[in-house]
Design a protein. Structure first.
Length: 476
């Protein structure tokens, strides 16, 4: 990709055509087209005519109806499989071993590619990196999945494209302007998302303030600080947080007397963990009712393909990757409403360095047939949690979401809920940091979520937990 900072040299019509062709056929995205589209967004937004802003990615991918969309997706899957077979050690061996010609791959053939587990990538991380890749960045996963952090390689093209896509999305939904000030609390566990968000905000002309992810007290002070940055809002208008960090900020902030009048937030982005309804409700006491709480889904392994939660509360998956929702035991397609694991294939033009086909994220969901919001994409429930953190029993599954939704909905349980849970006597045992007076409320909340509670243990502090559920805020 050429210099992303130089002025646009392509008119809007040509830029839209180039952008659409890249999405449809998996060709590398021309930087000039991205710059021209951003320039068009700025001009139309400044003129008060956002309806003329170029269409988002899903319009291009779905162009021509379901059959055309399927053909386009199939072509991108085939293109990535061919590149993986030719350029990576792992897939070169794999396609030869299973006797599958990637050049003839169809969507019906995808199921012949073995599902990829994280352990395989951990064992041979560089065997998934293309030989002709121009690696500019190596990052690590967060490490909350129970395995050692996974190192992944990315090119400057991939990061630049993600930044432009993020900027285009912010322009389309008018969530960020040149007057905004963005706080990015960062640490080494989420460098990739942080540098991408910062680059996107710079493309929009917004100001970026860096914070400390490990210091909720400092984050609160930064959010409340009044700035004198010329041409910008006097306070932070947008920030991002892990749900457990937001929970810590809510507990600490309310205890210190902070309230909505102390902040200037308009949007708070949540991701990386389960964001419960109880957390959202209780956070309003700190940040106010008018702040947009946006929840996204993504991870380093599937970078370039992810999703977001709609107003109806369901998770929609982007067309930028191939998503399958499979039975956690058999890897057969899961029925609507059944517990399924999310399996992702990263596709061009969004990934060209570390290629993962049919990667098992171990994130559990329940596939849905449709969504009241009307958005025509693959849709599931919100994330239920990791498979290996869930409990199987005679009545089905108890997932982290079941437990966390129950606990964080009880006001007597301090945010974030620090707890543990495991299989016991055909059901589930739960331990949680909570005062003795909360026992009845906690038990009722768990049972109302369908948790087959066999034993409830209240702890007086997180150090007393025997099997603590991992929270990112405690790993920083």
């Amino acid at each position: 990709m050429d210099d992303l900072t130089s002025p646009p040299v392509m008119d809007q019509a040509a830029a839209e055509a180039a952008y659409g062709a890249s999405i449809l056929h998996g060709e590398p995205m021309p930087a000039a087209a991205l710059r021209a589209l951003l320039d068009a967004c700025r001009r139309f937004a400044a003129a008060g005519d956002p309806a003329r802003v170029p269409p988002p990615t899903f319009i291009w991918v779905d162009h021509g109806g379901p059959e055309a969309a399927r053909r386009n997706l199939e072509g991108r899957v085939r293109r990535q499989a061919e590149r993986a077979a030719a350029q990576t050690a792992f897939y070169g061996d794999l396609f030869a071993r299973i006797g599958l010609d990637p050049a003839a791959l169809t969507l019906d053939d995808v199921g012949r590619i073995p599902v990829l587990r994280k352990e395989a990538v951990l064992a041979r991380p560089y065997d998934f990196v293309c030989r002709d890749a121009s690696v500019a960045h190596r990052t690590h996963t967060g490490g909350t999945g129970g395995a050692p952090p996974l190192g992944l390689c990315f090119s400057a093209y991939e990061i630049g494209l993600a930044a432009h896509e993020t900027a285009l999305g912010a322009m389309l939904n008018r969530s960020t302007t040149e007057a905004d000030v963005i706080l990015i609390p960062a640490n080494s566990r989420q460098v990739l998302s942080s540098i991408t968000l910062a680059a996107a905000m710079h493309l929009l002309g917004a100001a970026v303030v860096w914070g400390w992810l490990s210091r909720p007290d400092v984050t609160l002070a930064q959010l409340a600080e009044t700035h004198g940055i010329p041409g910008k809002h006097p306070k932070i208008t947008r920030t991002a947080a892990y749900p457990s960090l937001l929970g810590e900020m809510v507990s600490l902030g309310l205890a210190q007397g902070y309230g909505p009048g102390d902040f200037g937030l308009r949007q708070l982005d949540l991701g990386g963990e389960i964001a419960t309804d109880g957390l959202r409700r209780r956070a309003r006491a700190l940040i106010g009712e008018d702040v947009t709480l946006w929840e996204g889904y993504g991870m380093s392994e599937t970078w370039g393909a992810g999703g977001g939660v709609c107003p109806a509360g369901n998770l929609h998956f982007e067309y930028t990757g191939l998503w399958e929702f499979l039975d956690p035991d058999t890897y057969a397609p899961a029925a609507e409403g059944a517990v399924a694991t999310c399996v992702a294939s990263t596709l061009p033009p969004f990934r060209d360095t570390t290629l993962l086909l049919r990667y098992d994220t171990e994130d559990l969901v329940r596939p849905l047939g449709a969504c009241p919001c009307g958005f025509a994409s693959q849709v599931t429930t919100k994330l239920l949690g990791k498979r290996h953190r869930s409990v199987r029993h005679a009545d089905g599954w108890t997932t982290p979401r079941d437990v966390l939704e129950a606990l964080e909905g009880v006001d007597a349980v301090r945010l974030p809920a620090r707890c543990g849970f495991w299989a016991e006597d055909g059901g589930v045992a739960v331990e949680v940091v909570a005062p003795p007076a909360a026992r009845a409320a906690v038990g009722d909340a768990l049972e109302s979520r369908g948790v087959p509670l066999r034993r409830l243990v209240l702890r007086d502090g997180r150090d007393a937990l025997e099997r603590p559920y991992p929270l990112r805020v405690d790993m920083l």
